[in-house]
Design a protein around this ligand. Sequence first.
Ligand code: SF4
Length: 469
Amino acid sequence: MDYLLDKPRANCAVVGIYGLEEAATLSYLSLYALQHRGQEATGIVSSDGENLRRHAGKGLVADVFKDRTTFNKLPGKLSIGHNRYSTTGSSTQDNVQPLLVQDHSGPIALAHNGNLTNYHQLRKFLEGEGSLFRTSADSEIILQLLARSHGKDLKSRLFDVIRMVKGAYSLVMMSRDVLVAVRDPRGFRPLCLGKKDDGWIVASESCAFDLLGAEYVRDVRPGEMLVIDENGCESLFFANGDSHAHCIFEFVYFSRPDSLIFGENVDRTRRKLGHVLAAKHHVPKADIVVSVPDSSNTSALGYAHEANINFELGLIRNHYVGRTFIEPEQQLRDFGVKLKFNVVKGVVKGKSIILVDDSIVRGTTLKKLVRLMRRAGAKEIHARISSPPITNPCYYGMDFPTREELVACSRSIEEIKNYIDADSLEYLTAEELLGATSKRVGQDFCTACFTGDYPIEITESEGVVKIES
Ligand code: SF4
């Protein structure tokens, strides 16, 4: 039902557990906490030191693992897991991760969050060399390259592979007795390290640690490989990782507010986005602040606090709309969005409203929400967006619609305001967005979907992504 929210679709979550009893169950709990990063498919691989076993399927974590006896078939103290929303490759059963293969060194499993930007070139090269691919997922490239390496152990073979791949990758991999975590040199996607008793946990976001009662240790650093085995946790660097390109959209929308990513608390940063939005894009006479739930709640609270205007729950989101729902033909123009959101009439009637949303993609949902709020008696609706206009697609692991479908690609802010029928519309600028973080402004973040400034240069030709540098 993401299409009813009109948001970019979050990509994937990864998790790895080492040295803890019932590791598969701990992976399951972690994936449950990370469900927001991918709802299309999920899977877990575990090792008892001898064999690797896998259970995976299409659907939500709770559905794929609803048979509790599944965990009896996933024994061991080592496990990795994955939640998927496909960014490269179709949503077939074959593409469900973790991928599990048997190569000359034994069984290896892999889970990947990100997008390899030189996938097409590498696949063409490998197919030319005789490699047979089982999936259409870019992640399989890593396993295919690994199979060709003659390094003496998993660690040295991975070093060979990493020299060849480009783009965004937060990876967890496992053999029979080793857990490996790798983050690309730019650190596009988050990946953090936690500790529980004598065991280690790696996860896309720290909210997974809270559920397990584990302690956040630190981020896996850009350009770093962690090798976790019976000797402990070894840190190795394959790139200096000084030039970061953390995805700013993780703060705007994707990550959970209770997570710590890129060394910062998401709630605090998102709240600050609301503060800056109120300070720079104030509405002189307004009665209440309303958020588009749930992803805009935190920034709307920040806005309300800074503007000293009451935050009210004027929109209610239905959390129980399943992914299998098929939207009927458009006899009723607002049917889809009404299924997802309802207006609290008593809250909005007769009010001048500041409506805070985190982003606008196509603008279709916001347009319908404005219409529903007007019908419910809202006097004025002033839309305030806690990120800049999205004008470019993402090649680093997020699923955006095509450039032509992005409402800000071909329209001015004034034209978008008229399109959604708001009384006013203002966005954060890229500078204001970056200024709300405590990182080095202009040096630590990717902002390409807002600015077109791609950290790894991209050109598009006949639908194929090509890397120029
Ligand atoms: S293009 Fe946008 S969504 Fe993609 S990594 Fe950069 S900031 Fe994130």
